[in-house]
Write a protein that binds this ligand. Structure first.
Ligand SMILES: [Zn+2]
Length: 203
């Protein structure tokens, strides 16, 4: 019984898994899975965690210093799509339409959760822009309160970098996350991106 509840407690730590589901999963592992399957499962957890690295350039997942996208010579170095986290990156990659590179911020600004600019990879983004190859930065943060604050903060911070700054279109539902949008909506949001500076310079 103790083994079962201990394992259930571990499943219960996962997002979206309540105590009942956790118990059902633990029961399944202990009573229905073969020892071989359990070994593969456990190894996937420990190996995955041990070998996980972040790309030194874009901070996506990598199994070395650089991620597969940064290593790919066919991806345009001139366009960087800034996303909050790896889940948003994966949602865009799934569409297959974006051929540029990424910058993973590591979250969004949130006074409530005490996430300030120092917690995000904004300095690193500025460094990339200063290197001079980038023509356009697309702000890919979603239109939630945090996403908006982050986009405006970035626009302010990147203004002097001399690159075009655009924002994914407001056509995406307010409060939405790229992760939960269909490929068509994500694709449209990127294709219909708007120049952030145009209005200000004229006005
Ligand atoms: Zn990378």
């Amino acid at each position: 019984m103790k083994l079962l509840t201990h394992l259930a407690e571990q499943f219960n730590k996962l997002p979206g898994v309540g105590p009942k589901t956790a118990l059902r999963l633990a029961h399944h592992v202990l009573f229905s899975m073969t020892p071989e399957d359990v070994n593969v499962f456990a190894a996937a957890l420990t190996d995955g965690k041990r070998r996980l690295q972040t790309c030194r350039t874009c901070f996506s997942i990598a199994d070395g210093d650089d991620c597969a996208i940064c290593k790919n010579p066919n991806r345009d170095t001139g366009v960087i799509l800034v996303v909050a986290d790896i889940r948003d990156l994966l949602a865009v990659e799934e569409t297959g339409m974006f051929k540029g590179r990424y910058h993973v911020l590591g979250g969004l600004l949130s006074p409530m959760q005490r996430i300030g600019p120092d917690k995000l990879r904004i300095g690193e983004l500025r460094e990339r822009l200063k290197a001079g190859q980038v023509r356009e930065v697309i702000l890919g943060t979603v239109p939630t309160a945090e996403g908006e604050v982050t986009a405006h903060y970035l626009m302010d911070k990147l203004r002097d970098c001399g690159v075009k700054i655009t924002r994914i279109s407001a056509g995406i539902p307010v409060g939405g996350s790229l992760e939960y949008m269909d490929a068509m909506t994500v694709t449209r949001a990127i294709l219909n991106r708007q120049d952030m500076r145009a209005g200000q310079e004229q006005g």
